[in-house]
Design a protein around this ligand. Structure first.
Ligand SMILES: Cc1cc2nc3c(=O)[nH]c(=O)nc-3n(C[C@H](O)[C@H](O)[C@H](O)COP(=O)(O)OP(=O)(O)OC[C@H]3O[C@@H](n4cnc5c(N)ncnc54)[C@H](O)[C@@H]3O)c2cc1C
Length: 418
């Protein structure tokens, strides 16, 4: 994929998707000196905002809507970025299948011409397809509109069921429990956050949530929802019924692939890009939750995180500007559940050894994961110093010898120089 020779330096850029990645791409293009027109089109009615607080500070009333904006209203005009909100791009036609120039048409019939194109289209929550799934009181959380509706429903509720024990579900459960609701998390697998963390961490989190009063049901196969006018309970395949006035479903994200697929650039898993956000067509890039990129150790991965959206968008902007690709970033992530700050760096996949540093009962500890004696990831709970040092070591391609990693008398940053 050699795009460097073919990218045009003063070309109109159309960015589809006005979220974290789309805005970052526009910001980075300007920072890199692009003076040509940039248009960012977003399907939502609001300018780009932060999603992470939706399941945390916003839901618990500690942040309000206007505090979530990623940039002030004057940023766009000041940086000559045309932001079009509330428009959905429905079709794209390329002038030539081998180059990134063409036209996009929105649902309302507006045509936007471009010389370079970016997909930063994110995804949509995976829906439940069981009896009663359309009842009022069943919520999904992706957008600020979703969060406003969920918050108002939760204010009226006393019993809450959360379907899905991933990050978003557990954050919502923690916020609802803290506000005095009777909360049950229903997870289909035999452990929490199974897609992202190791079993050791899943176990810790199940116990920590239970200590705070959240009920956790693992191996819970949801077979339907009870209720006539609105939801009254969740039915499990084993016959149990969990009473609930409000249900929140957080069972994953389906990336928006239709537009990129129409150009042959996406499969079911997402928009295919290299480590620098480049698709196989020069002048067309993708970044954020919609993009599947190749990880040097783990192969094709699609990551759903703010740090990934930012890093990929920066790399994609550099690629559009014809810059030499930089080094790939070490993935990192955080999740705030109650007073537990989980921070992770690297991907916890394919490890053969775990070293626990600190005492999980103190709710301040880290787990370091190794493959063949080489550190590949860290998951820290309320242990920011360990996390920062290990992330830095991973970024530098260094190591923390497993035999020394558990010794809390030696700060992990001592291994930075080795
Ligand atoms: C509740 C919640 C909590 C989260 N918490 C964390 C956290 O703690 N830490 C973390 O790192 N990450 C967290 N995330 C994930 C993080 O928010 C996402 O990874 C990030 O927002 C992805 O940005 P994006 O730009 O790829 O996608 P998005 O932010 O989803 O933006 C994509 C935009 O594209 C628009 N769009 C799609 N198709 C079209 C089209 N055809 N035409 C026009 N517009 C279109 C969509 O409407 C959407 O606004 C959380 C996410 C949620 C929902």
């Amino acid at each position: 994929m050699d795009h460097i020779a073919t990218s045009r330096m003063s070309a109109r850029t159309l960015i589809i998707g006005a979220g974290q990645a789309g805005l970052q791409l526009a910001v980075s293009l300007r920072e890199l000196g692009d003076t040509a027109p940039i248009t960012v089109v977003g399907g939502e009615s609001r300018p780009p905002y932060q999603r992470p607080p939706l399941s945390k500070a916003f839901l618990s009333g500690k942040a309000v809507e206007h505090e979530l904006a990623l940039r002030g209203a004057d940023y766009y005009a000041a940086n000559d970025i045309t932001l079009i909100c509330g428009e959905w791009i429905e079709t794209i036609t390329l002038e030539d299948a081998a180059a990134g120039a063409g036209e996009a048409v929105t649902r309302s019939g507006r045509t936007l011409a471009f010389d370079r194109l970016a997909f930063t289209v994110g995804g949509t929550p995976r829906r439940m397809r069981v009896n009663g799934a359309e009842l009022a009181g069943i919520h999904y959380l992706r957008t600020l509109d979703d969060a406003v509706a969920l918050k108002s429903s939760l204010d009226e509720a006393s019993r809450v069921a959360v379907v899905g024990g991933g990050f978003v579900g557990l954050e919502i459960a923690a916020a609802a429990t803290a506000s005095g609701k009777d909360v049950t998390v229903l997870e289909a697998q035999d452990r929490l956050m199974a897609r992202a963390v190791a079993p050791e961490m899943s176990r810790f989190y199940a116990e920590a949530h239970q200590r705070r009063g959240t009920h956790i049901v693992l191996d819970a196969a949801v077979s339907g929802f009870r209720g006539t006018d609105r939801v009254r309970g969740v039915e499990l395949a084993d016959g149990r019924v969990i009473d609930a006035d409000v249900v929140v479903v957080g069972i994953g994200l389906i990336p928006h692939t239709e537009l990129a697929a129409s150009l042959g650039l996406a499969g079911d898993r997402g928009v295919d890009v290299d480590a620098f956000g480049r698709t196989r067509i020069p002048g067309i890039v993708a970044a954020g939750d919609c993009a599947v990129s190749s990880h040097p150790i783990h192969g094709p991965v699609r990551l759903e995180s703010v740090p990934n959206a930012i890093a990929q968008a920066k790399a994609a902007a550099a690629a559009l500007m014809g810059h030499e690709p930089g080094s790939t970033a070490v993935p990192w992530f955080w999740s705030d559940q109650a007073d537990l700050k989980l921070q992770m760096a690297g991907l916890t996949l394919g490890y053969d050894q775990v070293v626990v540093r600190g005492d999980p009962d103190s709710e301040c500890f880290s787990a370091l994961y190794y493959r063949d004696g080489q550190l590949i990831s860290i998951e820290s709970v309320n242990a920011a110093r360990d996390y920062m040092a290990a992330r830095r070591i991973l970024e530098m391609g260094g190591n923390i010898p497993p035999a020394a990693a558990g010794d809390t008398g030696i700060p992990l940053k001592a291994h930075l120089t080795r």
